[in-house]
Structure formats: structure tokens, C-alpha cells
Design a protein around this ligand. Sequence first.
Ligand code: GLN
Length: 306
Amino acid sequence: MKNNYQQIISSIYSEIVSGENLGEIPNYISELANISDHKFGVAFLDLNNNSFGKGDFQEKFSIQSISKVFSLILVYKNLGEKLWKRVDVEPSGNAFNSLVQLEADNGIPRNPFINAGALVICDIMLEIFENPKNEMLNFIREISQHENINFNTKVASSEEKNGFRNAAMCNYMKSFGNIKNKPEDVLDLYYHICSIEMTCENLSKSCLFLANGGKNPKNNETILSSSKTKRINAIMLTCGFYDESGEFSFRVGLPGKSGVGGGIVALFPYHYCITVWSPKLNLKGNSFRGMKFLEEFTTQTGESIF
Ligand code: GLN
């Protein structure tokens, strides 16, 4: 090992935990509003089976938009390249819940990681799977090697109560013919998938195959082809942080994905996966401490895809 990852993680963790904790916990999902803003966890796992965790890395949190990586993979595996007729792969340069580009783009979302794109992915899941909720949980349970992964139905219904924007988006895309099912069914699936709870440790384990050319690091079985894996990683790099994707690339230099629950997963292809969780978000909806941690991490290790 070139770097002593454990030592680097411990030292950055101590520095950040005693430093500023700026930003806000989002309150539009009422069930998430009361989480302690001191929560802070990091879980590192590499392809040589070195693992290291710090702080609240074994506590479950709401993965929210990180789930968009899993639903995209599931649909991409099943549908193949036809998928890109329904959703594009361009960075949006807009907030995750923005509607503005849909009109000019005829109801085709810019990418699968903004809400509009994830709603189209949910619509496709309803078309191709008999029980998309089970399909989603089973897939995540398999890749995380953890049976106890579930929806938090309270979080899902508390988001639905305030979900006027997502409902507007879904109906708007239906008017262009890019949503085939009933908007309420698409939204129900979307909120459930966002409400999945996982730990930093679960997430690093689940995403390690993306750092391994699509192969399960435990038994070398193919989860996703190497070409599709390359494309998922590319979308994570270019679109994983909404209108802060350029900034994440600039500061961290790894493919990654954030969620409004305060989690960020990032991976260094052919090396490792790392997950950070801290609930306070910056103005772009990404974890303040998570961004800071990962910037320090790739700076101090001297390793990034660039
Ligand atoms: N469920 C959230 C929403 O629809 C997910 C957003 C996110 O994590 N960025 O707004």
C-alpha cells in the first residue's frame, strides 16, 4: 500500500470534527429534520480487503439520492442502451429538483441523477419489474452482502406530503409522454427508494464493485459489464453532485454521489470506495463536512483519477 489510509483518515477526521460544521439540515422531509448535526462517519474499503471506519460509520442514515445510482444500475442492466432514449447523460448545471430544462428538452431529463431523471428510471422499473420495490431491496442486499436493508416508510410518506415539486415534474414529463405509468405510482416508488437506510460501511461495500470493473470483489462474478461500469462511473463524475459536480471533480477528483441525507459515496477505480456521512448540507444540497473530508483525503493521499 502506497498510503497509510487509516492514519490519513484518522487525522483528517479529528481535524474536521473539531472544525466548523456549516450548512443546514434540510427540513422539507420532516422525518429527517431532527437528526443530530454532530453525526459524522467515514468508511473506507479497498480491493485488497483493507477496511477502516471512523465515527458513526455503522449507523444507518437515509441514503436519499445515493439510491439513484442503484436504481440506474438495475434498469441499465435490464434495458441496456435503449435507456438513453428516455434520459440523457449531460450535467444539468441546475439544482437537483429543477424543472426548467424539461420544457426545452421535451421532457427528457438531462441525467439520471437529478430528480426528473430518477423519476423516469422509476417509471421504467414499473414497466419492467413485477415488484420493483422488492427488486431494488434484493439488489442492494446482494451487493452490500447485508440482509437488513429496508425502506423507512415514515421518511417516504413524510416526503410525499411535501412532494409538490416532484409531483409537478412527474406530471410535466407525462405530458411529453416520457412517463408511462400513473404519476402517483412513480412517485410512491421514488420516495420509497430514496428512503432506504444504510450505513457508511454498507455503502462502501455496495459500491466497491464499481471500483472493480463491475465485478463482485468477493467472488469475481460480473455484476455489471466493464463497459456499463465505465459509463456509470462517468455519470457519477459528471453529474453526481448536481450543480456542484464540476466543483467536486475540481476539489476531489473522483466519481461520487451525494444525497440530502448527508451521505457521499466516492470511488477510486481499481483501488477503493469511501463513504462519508455528515447531515448538514451546503447550499447545493451536498454534505458540508463530506465534501471537505474528501477534498482533504485525495489531497493528502495524492491519489485521484487525475
Ligand atoms: N428524496 C429527495 C428529493 O426528492 C432526494 C434528493 C437528494 O437527495 N438530492 O428531493
